[in-house]
Ligand binder design. Structure first.
Ligand code: UDP
Ligand code: MG
Length: 159
Protein backbone atom coordinates (compact mmCIF):
# COMPACT_ATOMS: atom_id res chain seq x y z
CA UNK A 1 0.00 0.00 0.00
CA UNK A 2 1.35 3.38 -1.00
CA UNK A 3 2.06 5.69 1.96
CA UNK A 4 -0.46 8.51 1.70
CA UNK A 5 2.20 11.18 1.22
CA UNK A 6 3.55 9.20 -1.76
CA UNK A 7 7.00 7.94 -2.71
CA UNK A 8 8.96 10.59 -4.69
CA UNK A 9 10.94 9.20 -7.61
CA UNK A 10 8.57 6.30 -8.23
CA UNK A 11 5.25 5.74 -10.03
CA UNK A 12 3.70 6.40 -6.63
CA UNK A 13 5.03 9.94 -6.39
CA UNK A 14 2.26 12.25 -5.19
CA UNK A 15 1.72 16.00 -5.27
CA UNK A 16 -0.73 18.44 -3.76
CA UNK A 17 -2.74 20.48 -6.25
CA UNK A 18 -5.37 23.04 -5.25
CA UNK A 19 -7.84 24.99 -7.34
CA UNK A 20 -7.86 28.39 -5.66
CA UNK A 21 -10.99 30.46 -4.88
CA UNK A 22 -10.79 32.32 -8.22
CA UNK A 23 -10.62 29.01 -10.10
CA UNK A 24 -13.67 27.58 -8.35
CA UNK A 25 -15.60 30.87 -8.66
CA UNK A 26 -14.82 31.04 -12.38
CA UNK A 27 -16.17 27.56 -13.03
CA UNK A 28 -12.79 26.08 -13.91
CA UNK A 29 -12.86 23.00 -11.66
CA UNK A 30 -13.55 20.53 -14.46
CA UNK A 31 -11.13 22.23 -16.86
CA UNK A 32 -8.26 21.97 -14.38
CA UNK A 33 -9.00 18.40 -13.31
CA UNK A 34 -9.31 17.40 -16.96
CA UNK A 35 -5.73 18.49 -17.71
CA UNK A 36 -4.26 16.31 -14.96
CA UNK A 37 -6.50 13.39 -15.79
CA UNK A 38 -5.77 13.28 -19.51
CA UNK A 39 -2.01 13.59 -18.91
CA UNK A 40 -2.22 10.20 -17.21
CA UNK A 41 -1.94 11.17 -13.58
CA UNK A 42 -4.17 9.44 -11.08
CA UNK A 43 -6.47 11.25 -8.66
CA UNK A 44 -6.09 9.64 -5.22
CA UNK A 45 -7.76 12.23 -2.94
CA UNK A 46 -10.08 15.19 -3.49
CA UNK A 47 -12.32 17.50 -1.47
CA UNK A 48 -13.89 20.94 -1.69
CA UNK A 49 -13.66 23.24 1.31
CA UNK A 50 -13.61 26.87 2.33
CA UNK A 51 -10.21 27.31 4.07
CA UNK A 52 -9.90 29.21 7.32
CA UNK A 53 -7.40 32.05 7.61
CA UNK A 54 -5.31 29.72 9.81
CA UNK A 55 -5.27 27.00 7.16
CA UNK A 56 -4.24 29.54 4.51
CA UNK A 57 -1.44 30.86 6.76
CA UNK A 58 -0.18 27.34 7.41
CA UNK A 59 -0.27 26.45 3.72
CA UNK A 60 1.73 29.55 2.75
CA UNK A 61 3.91 29.71 5.92
CA UNK A 62 7.11 29.76 3.85
CA UNK A 63 6.03 33.08 2.35
CA UNK A 64 5.13 34.82 5.63
CA UNK A 65 7.86 37.47 5.22
CA UNK A 66 6.70 38.47 1.71
CA UNK A 67 4.88 41.77 1.18
CA UNK A 68 2.02 39.94 -0.58
CA UNK A 69 1.51 37.41 2.24
CA UNK A 70 -1.49 39.07 3.93
CA UNK A 71 -3.32 39.57 0.65
CA UNK A 72 -2.53 36.02 -0.39
CA UNK A 73 -3.89 34.55 2.85
CA UNK A 74 -7.00 36.73 2.68
CA UNK A 75 -7.65 35.68 -0.89
CA UNK A 76 -6.94 31.96 -0.35
CA UNK A 77 -9.46 31.93 2.52
CA UNK A 78 -12.07 34.02 0.64
CA UNK A 79 -13.92 31.15 -1.00
CA UNK A 80 -13.91 27.47 -1.88
CA UNK A 81 -10.85 25.56 -2.93
CA UNK A 82 -10.62 22.08 -4.41
CA UNK A 83 -7.80 20.25 -2.64
CA UNK A 84 -6.41 17.25 -4.50
CA UNK A 85 -3.62 14.71 -4.44
CA UNK A 86 -2.44 13.44 -7.83
CA UNK A 87 -0.16 10.45 -8.29
CA UNK A 88 2.20 9.35 -11.05
CA UNK A 89 5.72 9.18 -12.42
CA UNK A 90 7.27 12.64 -12.17
CA UNK A 91 3.99 14.18 -11.02
CA UNK A 92 5.60 16.86 -8.84
CA UNK A 93 7.60 18.48 -11.65
CA UNK A 94 5.09 17.49 -14.29
CA UNK A 95 2.28 19.00 -12.25
CA UNK A 96 4.21 22.26 -12.03
CA UNK A 97 4.55 22.19 -15.83
CA UNK A 98 0.82 21.73 -16.27
CA UNK A 99 0.24 24.60 -13.81
CA UNK A 100 2.76 26.96 -15.47
CA UNK A 101 4.94 29.78 -14.18
CA UNK A 102 3.82 31.72 -11.11
CA UNK A 103 3.22 34.95 -13.03
CA UNK A 104 0.66 34.36 -15.80
CA UNK A 105 2.50 36.97 -17.86
CA UNK A 106 5.38 34.46 -18.02
CA UNK A 107 3.49 31.16 -18.09
CA UNK A 108 3.38 29.59 -21.52
CA UNK A 109 0.26 28.96 -23.57
CA UNK A 110 -0.65 25.32 -23.03
CA UNK A 111 -0.23 25.59 -19.27
CA UNK A 112 -3.22 26.18 -17.00
CA UNK A 113 -2.05 29.63 -15.95
CA UNK A 114 -0.80 30.47 -19.44
CA UNK A 115 -4.19 29.67 -20.92
CA UNK A 116 -6.62 30.78 -18.26
CA UNK A 117 -5.47 33.76 -16.19
CA UNK A 118 -3.64 37.10 -16.32
CA UNK A 119 -2.73 38.18 -12.79
CA UNK A 120 -0.21 36.69 -10.35
CA UNK A 121 -2.54 37.24 -7.38
CA UNK A 122 -5.37 35.45 -9.22
CA UNK A 123 -3.50 32.56 -10.81
CA UNK A 124 -6.25 29.97 -10.10
CA UNK A 125 -4.18 26.95 -9.13
CA UNK A 126 -1.53 25.79 -6.67
CA UNK A 127 0.99 22.99 -7.12
CA UNK A 128 3.69 21.72 -4.75
CA UNK A 129 7.15 22.90 -5.84
CA UNK A 130 9.24 19.87 -4.79
CA UNK A 131 9.27 16.53 -2.95
CA UNK A 132 9.52 18.07 0.53
CA UNK A 133 6.73 20.57 0.00
CA UNK A 134 4.57 17.91 -1.65
CA UNK A 135 4.83 15.61 1.35
CA UNK A 136 4.33 18.52 3.75
CA UNK A 137 1.29 19.90 1.93
CA UNK A 138 -0.37 16.50 1.49
CA UNK A 139 -0.11 15.94 5.26
CA UNK A 140 -1.34 19.47 5.94
CA UNK A 141 -4.57 19.07 3.94
CA UNK A 142 -5.39 15.36 4.11
CA UNK A 143 -5.69 12.46 6.51
CA UNK A 144 -4.75 8.93 5.54
CA UNK A 145 -8.39 7.76 5.51
CA UNK A 146 -9.27 10.28 2.80
CA UNK A 147 -7.34 8.39 0.12
CA UNK A 148 -8.80 5.87 -2.32
CA UNK A 149 -6.84 2.82 -3.43
CA UNK A 150 -8.06 2.10 -6.94
CA UNK A 151 -6.80 0.85 -10.28
CA UNK A 152 -6.82 2.87 -13.45
CA UNK A 153 -7.13 0.71 -16.57
CA UNK A 154 -5.40 3.24 -18.78
CA UNK A 155 -2.13 1.90 -20.24
CA UNK A 156 -0.08 4.89 -19.07
CA UNK A 157 2.93 2.83 -18.03
CA UNK A 158 5.01 0.22 -19.81
CA UNK A 159 4.61 -2.09 -16.83
N1 UDP B 1 2.07 35.72 -5.38
C1 UDP B 1 1.67 37.04 -5.46
N2 UDP B 1 2.61 37.98 -5.78
C2 UDP B 1 3.91 37.66 -6.04
C3 UDP B 1 4.31 36.31 -5.94
C4 UDP B 1 3.35 35.37 -5.61
O1 UDP B 1 0.51 37.36 -5.26
O2 UDP B 1 4.71 38.55 -6.34
C5 UDP B 1 1.07 34.70 -5.06
C6 UDP B 1 0.70 33.88 -6.29
O3 UDP B 1 -0.71 33.68 -6.29
C7 UDP B 1 1.45 32.58 -6.06
C8 UDP B 1 1.43 32.46 -4.55
O4 UDP B 1 1.60 33.81 -4.09
O5 UDP B 1 0.80 31.51 -6.72
C9 UDP B 1 2.54 31.61 -3.96
O6 UDP B 1 3.78 32.08 -4.43
P1 UDP B 1 4.87 31.06 -4.97
O7 UDP B 1 6.13 31.83 -5.18
O8 UDP B 1 4.94 29.88 -4.09
O9 UDP B 1 4.28 30.67 -6.41
P2 UDP B 1 3.68 29.29 -6.94
O10 UDP B 1 4.38 28.17 -6.24
O11 UDP B 1 2.19 29.32 -6.64
O12 UDP B 1 3.92 29.29 -8.41
MG1 MG C 1 4.75 27.83 -4.25
Amino acid sequence: KTPFQGVPGTKNERTFIAIKPDGTARGLIGEIIHRFERKGYKLVAIKILHPTKEQAEAHYADLSSKPFFNGLVKFFSSGAIVAMVWEGKGVIKGGRSLVGATDPAQSLPGSIRGDLCVEVGRNIVHGSDGPESAQHEIKLWFKENEFAEWNSIQPVYEN
